[in-house]
Design a protein around this ligand. Structure first.
Ligand code: SAH
Length: 398
C-alpha cells in the first residue's frame, strides 16, 4: 500500500539555550508530556528554565517532534539544544504505555493490550481497509453502562483514561506501523473511531482534550471528518460534542421501543429514545453529506423482526442517518445469539427500501476477540446489576 510519508525534513541542531537548566528529579517520577496542551507544554518548559520569550517557540518545536515526527525520546530532537534536551529527559518522558500483548487476526485486524503506569489495561484495535484504516480507541478502563449484549459491559468500571492515555493509543499504533512523520497523503491510520472500551461522553473532558491534540494541524493532523465518536446516548453531552469538536457522531440505538432499549442499553431509562433522537436532530453539522451513524446490533429473536425494521424506518424519518447493522459478536456466557443471515438480510432490505443505506458490518478480528463488544474479555467480570442506571464517573456538565 503506497504511503506518502511526506518530504524528509532537514533538521539542524540549534544553539543550546542560554538558560540555567534545573535538574534533580528523582528517577521514576518523570511526568509524561503526552496529552498536554501547548500551554501546558510551555509551563513544563518554563519549569526547566526556558525563558519566557522562548516558551512558545520551544513548545511548538516539542509539539512538532512529539506529534509530527513521533519522537519517543528527547535525544532525537535535533532542533533543540543538548542542554535543554538533557533537562527535559531528566524530568519528563515521552514513553508509550507498555504493550502487554499484541495480536493479529487473519483479516489483518490488530489488537494491542496496553498497560498504563498504574497497571490498568485497555485494548486498542486497528481495522485495515483497502486504502485506509480505522483505529478503534478506548476511553475508559471498563464501562459503567452495563449494556446486556456487550462483553465490556460485564466488566467492572475502573477509571477514566487521561487525555495522554487516549492519545498514546494512537501513538502506539502509529509506532507499530512506523507511520511517522505524519503523512500528508494516504495513511494507514486514516480514521479514528471512539468505539473501544468505555463511554466517551462520560469522560468528555479527557476525550475532547485528546481529540484536539490529534486534530491539531501541526501534529497528527487528522481531520474531524475522519473521527467518529460513538455514544450509547448521553443526551446532555451530545450537543456539546458536536459544537466543540465537530466530529462525526455514532449512536448505539439497538432497539426501537423504550421497554426493550431500557433492557439492552440501560442508560435509556435516563435518556429515552425520543430525547436521544431530538439530540440527533439538533446535532451540529449533521446533514445529508454528514450523516449520523445509528448502530444496531442484530440479536436473534430480540430486535430483528420485520416489524422492528419498519418501526425503525418510522423512527428515523427526517434525521440524516445511516444505519450500521452489526451482527452480534458472541462471547462466553452471552445471553444472546446472532440473528440468522436471512433475518439480517430481510431487515436490511426493509431499511434500504425506505431510502437508508444499511450496510451490514462484516465482523472484523473475531478470531482475536477484537470485534465490537469483545474487548478486554479476560478481565474480571462483575456481578451484573441490571436495576442500576449507569452513572458518569464524574457527572457530565449538562
Ligand atoms: N459506549 C459507546 C462506545 C462503545 S462502541 C457506545 O455504546 O456507543 C461499541 C459498539 O459496539 C457499540 O455500538 C456497541 O453497542 C456495540 N457492541 C457492543 N457489544 C457488541 C457485541 N457483542 N456485538 C456487536 N456489537 C456490540
Amino acid at each position: 500500500m503506497p504511503v506518502d510519508r511526506g518530504s524528509a525534513e532537514r533538521t539542524e541542531a540549534a544553539a543550546g539555550d542560554s538558560t540555567t537548566i534545573r535538574t534533580n528529579v528523582a528517577q521514576g517520577e518523570r511526568e509524561s508530556l503526552i496529552g498536554l496542551t501547548r500551554d501546558e507544554l510551555a509551563e513544563r518548559l518554563q519549569a526547566v528554565g526556558v525563558p519566557e520569550d522562548r516558551l512558545r517557540m520551544r513548545a511548538k518545536q516539542l509539539w512538532h517532534w512529539m506529534y509530527h515526527r513521533g519522537a519517543v525520546e528527547f535525544g532525537a530532537m535535533t532542533t533543540i539544544g543538548g542542554a535543554l534536551r538533557a533537562a527535559l529527559a531528566e524530568r519528563y518522558t515521552l514513553a508509550r504505555p507498555e504493550v502487554a500483548a499484541e495480536q493479529r487476526a487473519a483479516d489483518g485486524t490488530r489488537k494491542w493490550l496496553l498497560r498504563f503506569a498504574d497497571g490498568r489495561e485497555v485494548e486498542t484495535v486497528y481495522i485495515p481497509e483497502e486504502d485506509r484504516g480505522a483505529l478503534c480507541i478506548s476511553s475508559q478502563v471498563g464501562c459503567t453502562l452495563s449494556c446486556t449484549f456487550c462483553h465490556t459491559g460485564t466488566q467492572r468500571m475502573v477509571r477514566n483514561l487521561e487525555a495522554g492515555e487516549i492519545v498514546a493509543q494512537f501513538l502506539v499504533a502509529r509506532d507499530s506501523y512506523g507511520e511517522w512523520p505524519s503523512p500528508r497523503g494516504q495513511r494507514l491510520l486514516s480514521n479514528i473511531v471512539m468505539m473501544g472500551m468505555g463511554e466517551p461522553l462520560f469522560n468528555y473532558d479527557n476525550v475532547a482534550k485528546a481529540l484536539r491534540i490529534v486534530m491539531d494541524p501541526e501534529g497528527i493532523a487528522l481531520s474531524r471528518r475522519r473521527i467518529t465518536l460513538s455514544t450509547a446516548g448521553v443526551v446532555p453531552m451530545i450537543e456539546r460534542c458536536g459544537a466543540e469538536l465537530g466530529v462525526g457522531l455514532a449512536v448505539s440505538l439497538h432497539a426501537v421501543r423504550d421497554d426493550l432499549r431500557d433492557e439492552l442499553v440501560p442508560i435509556n431509562r435516563k435518556y429515552p429514545i425520543a430525547a436521544l433522537l431530538d439530540a440527533c436532530r439538533r446535532y451540529p453539522g449533521a446533514s445529508n453529506a454528514r450523516r449520523i451513524t445509528f448502530e444496531y446490533v442484530m440479536l436473534k429473536g430480540v430486535n430483528d423482526s420485520e416489524a422492528d425494521a419498519r418501526a425503525l424506518v418510522r423512527l428515523i424519518a427526517g434525521i440524516p442517518v445511516k444505519l450500521n447493522l452489526i451482527p452480534f459478536n458472541p462471547w462466553p456466557g452471552a445471553p444472546y445469539e446472532c440473528s440468522a443471515p436471512e433475518a439480517i438480510e430481510r431487515f436490511a432490505a426493509i431499511v434500504n427500501r425506505a431510502g437508508y443505506a444499511a450496510p451490514v458490518r462484516v465482523p472484523r478480528g473475531r478470531d482475536i476477540q477484537a470485534a465490537c463488544g469483545q474487548l478486554k474479555s479476560a478481565s474480571v467480570p462483575r456481578a451484573r446489576r441490571r436495576e442500576a442506571v449507569p452513572q458518569a464517573v464524574s457527572a457530565p456538565a449538562a
